[in-house]
Design a protein around this ligand. Structure first.
Ligand code: FES
Length: 140
């Protein structure tokens, strides 16, 4: 019997698939939709609504810079610019070698520690460009 029962659990199913392979493919979306008797478009809407899910992104590492109000006021824009320069890409792009994906995301729920960055699923609070760049270099 399926361990997931209802629509809200579709999110858990998507997270479980992503935990195994790092991203969600079109086939994954269709598979989850079939499992829950939903239209793929419904599951796609769920998958693309939540910023922690990465649809179609196959990059080895994902860096998300919160660009919502508190983080924006907390200087997330210069932080993003420093990361774009370090990786040689713009927000929303993946490096040519497929190793790094950088994007702006919405509020991560830790506005009190702005600016915040999600680095491969790990929240970095009070993020400073030099700290995130050090993590990038350590992972290269
Ligand atoms: S605005 Fe960035 S965590 Fe809330």
């Amino acid at each position: 019997m399926n361990k997931y029962k209802e629509g809200a659990d579709i999110l858990d199913a998507l997270k479980a698939v992503q935990a195994k392979k790092g991203y969600l493919s079109e086939e994954d979306i269709c598979s989850v939709a079939k499992e829950y008797g939903r239209y793929p478009s419904e599951v796609y809407e769920t998958a693309t609504f939540y910023t922690m899910l990465h649809v179609g992104n196959k990059a080895e590492h994902v860096i998300e810079v919160c660009g919502s109000t508190c983080c924006d006021a907390g200087e997330s824009a210069p932080l993003m610019a420093a990361l774009e320069k370090e990786l040689g890409i713009k927000a929303g792009e993946t490096t040519e070698d497929g190793k790094w994906f950088l994007r702006r995301c919405e509020c991560l729920g830790r506005c009190d520690t702005a600016p915040n960055v999600m680095f491969d699923g790990e929240l970095i609070t009070n993020a400073r460009a030099e700290d995130v760049i050090a993590k990038i270099k350590a992972a290269k």
